[in-house]
Design a protein around this ligand. Sequence first.
Ligand code: FES
Ligand SMILES: [Fe+2]
Length: 406
Amino acid sequence: MQTSFERDTLADVREFARSRKPGYALPRSFYTSPAVFDHDIKSFWNNSWIWVGHVSQIPEPGNFFRFDYCAESIIVVRDRQGTVHAHVNVCRHRGSRVCLEQSGKTSVLSCPYHAWTYDLDGRLRTDRAMNEQFSRADYSLFAASLRIFQGLIFVCLSDNPPDFSPALARLEPLTTPFGFENLKVAHAASYPVPANWKLAQENYLECYHCAPAHKEYSRSHSLKDPASMTEELLSALAKNSCRAGLPGTALNETGQDAENTGCDIYYRRYPLYPGYSTGSRSGDPVAPQLGELKQYDGGATDVMIGPLNSFLVYADYAVGFRFVPMTLQETDIQIVWMVRDDAVEGRDYSLEDLVWLWDVTSRDDERIIRFNQQGVNSIAFKPGPLSSMEWGIEAFYHGYLSRFLE
Ligand code: FES
Ligand SMILES: [Fe+2]
């Protein structure tokens, strides 16, 4: 059996990116070629803003957490003055990982190999028995770029990251009522999947699969079927959202409508079905209202900040999604549940009720993404046409493929 795209050199992939007919899935090499994966990390991940956490995870000086993808590892830490830093987790001596714990509190960052010790701001503080000419000032930890938007922490390994300030300025008034800066992480979970990261990313960007694959989600979310998003449902949401204190505006600057490569931004609130105040099993709220909201309006907001970072925001909780590449066909689906920071577990929310929907939905996703990769690995795979409900994938391809043309 012949397929139209057998070889997997970068030159072939570049040629494909140049001459691609929009509206089709990508050829197999994008999901099977080590060279493409290497390019994905170097050109796309290392040059994109990645959402790694929330300021509430590091409330005090010395608090830190680590974020890893592929071969990279970044330490996010609050220094003695309260400033948040992102350091590359690579010792300036002979390259060992410096920070081994996932999160914690420390007064210094100490390398486990030969005990070079760094201040929280990244400066080398003590070395051991180096010669007199050695200048500590030249051996600070490498800094990653860092940006905090409404309490959400983004990092980028590039010294010249995409400038998404103008896009964030347009998003800011839309997300302000949710009070993102006053959230806390209630729960985080990983769903490792034996698939290339793009299959996980693409899966999140379309709801064409929601009706057949997500029984629980589809009971409550009208996004599963555009025909079910009736005028009646939309105008009821518009009224309720307005009463709740949410702007009715939508924002879609993705794909070719993004201001710059890597600056995709999206905001859209859509209706849940009648009887659902939020994404929960019973339809009842699972946590206190976020931010300044005055009522549960029966809606859900899709937010995208940069091409890699997606959030789903209900009136009472927010979920963050990351599809983190580890190897060519190993991806960590990372899901983070956030509630307002003064909510107390057991009193204001039950963790079980809070995580139910996106736990069961993420398990479904893990399964369909795994099967997707298995089929894509077959010599018989030939990319088929995208549905109009998969417009988000087309927008993603636009930015993603542009990295092959630079
Ligand atoms: S590699 Fe870190 S002190 Fe030697
Ligand atoms: Fe899904």
